[in-house]
Design a binder for this molecule. Structure first.
Ligand code: C2E
Ligand code: MG
Ligand code: MG
Ligand code: MG
Length: 292
């Protein structure tokens, strides 16, 4: 009987594994089609300068709505894209699309200082990335400082010999690099001397615990200190409450993003938001004059 039960359990697991493998294949095919059929979109989340309330930049975040399955989270399809070799295509697409959109907002007289694009480590394997970035900027009449590339600490586990070269070439061109989800991944800080990043993003797990947890407060303060002493801009992620915002403000955080300010927004929604905030080029000129 025990033998039968064992077999039952085994066939349960193998059925389940088959089902998962099948589901994965289906999703993989769907993702390939999504790229071709333009089912992928970018939403943009504002990043706010805490002292002035001015817009610092926007982060582009990929969205996928499958015609039958509905919205699928990037937490699900980005890892899938990494596994099935589609992530380089998604990276190129996101870069092109984010730069095109930034240029369009500028043409409309809206003030968007820069756009951040998330790239997976394998995008940096591509030695053509620096040229591609330069061409994309040029095609959209943008400057290198209009673009920030976000990478995660997992880039450090990447042993591909092209990675460092590509990162340095992109940096040499004047594009800013940002370390995303800072504080959650790698255990050594020495890499901050080797990687030419100009921005750190405090992971939102620290922000979430700020109000109730002494050590989260100590860590967010320490991370700001590290950033400042290396002349990096530190951006707090995932700010949802006024209490979190004011604690970060008191600690001296220059920039924050999170649902408190705005969710990631579709381009037309961000346009609305910018107009509501008075983030137009003429407004900025006025501010510039009065402060002289
Ligand atoms: P991330 O780059 O760290 O992006 C921040 C995530 O936090 C986003 O989730 C955003 O919607 C969410 N978020 C923003 N504010 C708040 C808040 O106040 N509270 C909470 N709870 N969450 C907040 P999203 O859009 O689901 O993206 C998840 C991750 O997927 C991203 O984390 C990024 O690592 C990856 N990802 C998204 N788009 C792309 C892309 O185009 N390329 C690559 N390679 N990765 C991407
Ligand atoms: Mg990011
Ligand atoms: Mg992040
Ligand atoms: Mg993340």
């Amino acid at each position: 009987q025990a033998k039968n039960a064992g077999r039952g359990l085994f066939s349960f697991f193998s059925d389940e594994m088959n089902r998962l493998a099948q589901e994965r294949r289906t999703l993989e095919t769907a993702l390939r089609d999504a790229l071709k059929n333009q089912e992928l979109h970018l939403h943009y989340q504002p990043q706010i300068e805490l002292a002035s309330g001015q817009l610092y930049g926007v982060e582009a975040l990929a969205r996928w709505t499958h015609p039958e399955l509905g919205p699928i989270s990037p937490a699900r399809f980005i890892p899938l894209a990494e596994e099935c070799g589609l992530i380089a295509d998604i990276g190129r697409w996101a870069l092109g699309e984010a730069c095109r959109q930034l240029a369009q907002w500028r043409t409309q007289g809206l003030r968007v200082p820069s756009v951040s694009v998330n790239l997976s480590p394998s995008s940096f394997h591509d030695l053509d990335l620096p040229d591609m970035v330069a061409q994309t900027l040029q095609r959209n009449a943008l400057l290198p400082q209009d673009l920030t590339l976000e990478l995660t600490e997992s880039i450090l586990l990447d042993t591909n010999p092209s990675t460092m070269k590509t990162i340095e070439a992109v940096h040499a061109h004047g594009v800013r690099l940002s370390m995303d989800d800072f504080g959650t991944g790698y255990s050594s800080l020495s890499y901050l001397r080797r990687l030419p990043v100009s921005e750190l993003k405090l992971d939102r797990s620290f922000v979430a615990d700020l109000e109730h947890n002494e050590s989260a407060r100590a860590l967010s303060n320490a991370i700001l200190g590290i950033g400042q002493s290396l002349h990096l801009t530190v951006v707090a992620e995932g700010v949802e409450t006024l209490a979190q915002r004011s604690m970060l403000g008191m600690q001296g955080y220059p920039v924050a993003q999170g649902f408190l300010f705005a969710h990631p927004l579709a381009p037309s929604e961000l346009t609305e938001w910018l107009l509501q905030q008075g983030q137009t080029t003429t407004e900025v000129e006025k501010v510039g004059h009065s402060s002289k």
